[in-house]
Design a protein around this ligand. Structure first.
Ligand code: WT7
Length: 657
């Protein structure tokens, strides 16, 4: 596939981005107190990490992680296999929790939590240590130990972070599954990872309603062959939670009753820390594997550099722990840095559209990290919800998940940041473990829509079809040419796919799957995916995954799914479907949408479904997605008329070829 700017039109806002040339330098006030406050400082760090990576990362690791046993080698790299801090022993849970208690900072608040109904809880690092130890003790009692996989399907409660950290404490591997996924998706992930323990809650609060999580999990467990026990947190209450004798146990029975004294186990640097499933370009989600030391260090340092972290910050990342953003920037990064993190359970518009601003004001949040899709929703809901609140505590804003369009950027800057807060537009991926490119808020003049420059240790290359570096202003495939500590270590159970997907295109280099260009100031602009991955509200979905879900319905013959630009979600899901002889009506349409929800989850439900008598294909039988993208977006088709009815005739023309 070629890498022209036109390709990126599937991303939506690129046309604005290509003409964007405004520059916003940080204020002198911000720069004065910043962790990285001069361009020289950045350039020195960058050059050191690029030219003498072993020395650079040796110092970083020794200074910023606790070592039970020192490492003997910094990095072993034979693409695609990376091993970092070989021979050393550390523990990510220790670094996140115990280290602060040991250093006399045990009374510092680790988590400030607010539930959707308004209930509140705070945990100091010392309290967190006890809770995490109790949970780890319960795991041991349930037969879970080093190398066992624990699936976590929970609401955003402190117990979710505790359950993750407790895995890290004993070397169990967590696999967090976002609580919006269906029973089918849970079962697929459980089976792929051979999960031994499942953790969930009775229910989840969402916009004032209770969603019965445990029921969904029960359905999943019927199809999960390896799960032996299910640990259930009482969150929403009620007596109607089904509990299966011999398999299901309550959190308050087996966790709360433990002594809470179990220390963290010293673990080899490359001990698997977690698996996180994400969509690739094929139908089956892949389990991205991250390991202990390298990931932990990357999460910590990128957090400290990008968010300019200071001891008195109140930091709020609005992501869910079901995504990589929650792993790296709610749990491992900020906690290793000893930050105070706000965690919120519910929807941004419950009980009203000002809930986020109410939280910012109440807890005096200083750093806010959210997604462009949320910013666009706030714009739509109206400024009056923001105007009600005092947001003057904010000093830094972050954005993640997709490129932020200049219009949303400007509103975020002015309305939320009062014109004084730098915005860090952070580009990264589940696979990269942490932020790869971002402004450094004290020094980088920002351009709306650009993730600006690479962090120390990140060496980006823009290449053409055959892997040669290209004229970067024109754009091409974005690769990373040196290993970095936070990089993925594999796809769970599928080494071949790991190589094919990430390391076969350009030998020795990591292929990101994104197109990018670099402007004359050396700033990077991400231009959308080169594969069949779409980005819906900052969540990654494979079009083929949605197609598979559609064709699993008995009345669907064939399906093609593409992304189309959407003002709120960035991309919406448009499906083209051929059916058997079933009559096409609203009921069938609803049934199909429901079917996809059931197969994957609500986030994959198509926004549009259009029926056609045939799908346009190339002679080799490949669906012509580019053409469908144009149809879905309502764009003129070059040389063809653009009505859907013509798809059939386009298809028949193809067949005659
Ligand atoms: C894909 C990764 C990064 C954590 C959340 C999503 C897109 C992400 C940006 C950004 C432009 C972005 C890319 C990337 N993306 N952040 N700041 N600017 N595009 O993680 O689900 O692994 O998705 O999201 O296309 O490849 P993910």
């Amino acid at each position: 596939m070629s890498a022209t700017p036109a390709d990126a039109s599937q991303g939506g806002s690129i046309d604005h981005v290509l003409t964007e040339d405004r520059l916003f330098p940080p204020s002198a006030e911000f720069t004065k107190n910043a962790v990285i406050s001069t361009q020289d400082q950045y350039e020195q760090l960058y050059a050191a990490a690029r030219d003498t990576p072993d020395d650079f990362w040796r110092d970083q690791a020794n200074e910023h992680l606790h070592w039970f046993e020192p490492f003997s080698e910094v990095c072993q790299w034979e693409a695609p296999d990376a091993k970092w801090f070989v021979g050393g022993k550390t523990n990510a849970c220790y670094n996140c929790v115990d280290a602060h208690v040991e250093a006399g900072r045990g009374d510092k608040t680790a988590i400030i939590w607010e539930g959707e109904p308004g209930d509140k809880r705070t945990l100091s690092y010392r309290e967190l240590q006890t809770e995490v130890a109790k949970c780890a003790e319960a795991y041991q009692q349930l037969g879970v130990g080093l190398g066992d996989v624990v699936s976590i399907y929970m609401p955003m409660t402190p117990e979710l972070a505790i359950a993750m950290l407790a895995c890290a404490r004993i070397g169990a591997i967590h696999s967090v599954i976002f609580a919006g996924f269906s029973a089918e998706s849970i079962a697929d992930r459980n089976n792929d990872a051979s999960a031994k323990l499942m953790i969930t809650s009775d229910g989840l609060n969402r916009r004032g309603k209770v969603l019965p999580l445990k029921q969904t999990v029960d359905e999943a467990l019927d199809k999960s062959t390896t799960v032996e026990k299910c640990l259930v947190l009482r969150r929403t209450g009620g007596d109607d939670t089904p509990m299966t004798e011999g398999r299901d146990v309550w959190w308050h029975d087996v966790v709360d009753t433990q002594p809470g004294v179990l220390p963290a186990t010293p673990l080899e640097s490359e001990t698997p820390l977690f698996i996180l499933y994400t969509s690739g370009s094929t139908g089956k989600p892949k389990g991205i594997l991250h390991t202990t030391a390298g990931y932990n260090l990357w999460a910590r340092r990128t957090f400290e550099w990008v968010f300019d972290h200071r001891d008195d910050d109140i930091y709020w990342c609005t992501a869910d722990c079901g995504w990589i953003t929650g792993h790296s920037y709610i749990v491992y990064g900020p906690m290793t840095a000893g930050a105070t993190c706000l965690m919120y359970e519910g929807a941004p518009n419950h009980p009203a559209e000002d809930r986020f601003w109410d939280l910012v004001e109440k807890y005096k949040v200083t750093i806010l990290y959210t997604a462009p899709t949320a910013v666009r929703a706030f714009i739509k809901w109206g400024d009056e919800h923001v105007d009600k609140h005092d947001l003057s505590s904010l000093r830094l804003l972050g954005s993640v998940g997709e490129g932020i369009n200049p219009e949303a950027w400007m509103w975020y800057h002015e309305k939320i940041g009062g014109g004084k807060c730098p915005i860090v537009d952070t580009w990264w991926q589940t696979e990269t473990g942490g932020i790869m490119m971002s402004p450094l808020p004290g020094i980088t003049p920002t351009k709306p829509g650009s993730c600006t420059k690479p962090l120390p240790g990140v060496i980006p290359k823009i290449v053409d079809e055959i892997g040669n570096e290209v004229d970067s202003e024109h754009g091409g495939k974005l690769c990373i040419s040196q290993p970095w500590p936070g990089m993925l270590r594999g796809i769970w159970g599928d080494p071949k796919r790991f190589v094919d997907q990430y390391f076969s295109d350009v030998p020795g280099q990591y292929l990101t799957g994104d197109n990018a260009r670099r402007d004359s100031d050396g700033y990077y602009w991400i231009m959308g995916r080169i594969d069949d991955v779409i980005n819906v509200s900052g969540h990654r979905l494979s079009t083929i995954e949605v197609e598979s879900a559609l064709v699993s319905h008995p009345d669907v013959c064939e399906a093609a799914v593409v992304g189309r630009p959407d003002d709120l979600k960035g991309q919406a899901i448009a499906a083209f479907v051929t059916t058997t002889n079933r009559e096409v009506n609203d009921e069938f349409l609803k049934e199909l949408k429901q079917h996809v929800r059931k197969q994957i989850g609500a986030l994959a439900q198509p926004d549009d479904i259009r029926f056609t008598s045939a799908l346009p294909k190339t002679r080799s039988g490949k669906i012509m997605r580019r053409l469908l993208r144009d149809v879905a977006a309502g764009r003129e088709l070059a040389g063809d008329t653009s009505t859907l009815e013509d798809l059939a005739s386009i298809a028949s023309l193809q067949e005659k070829d």
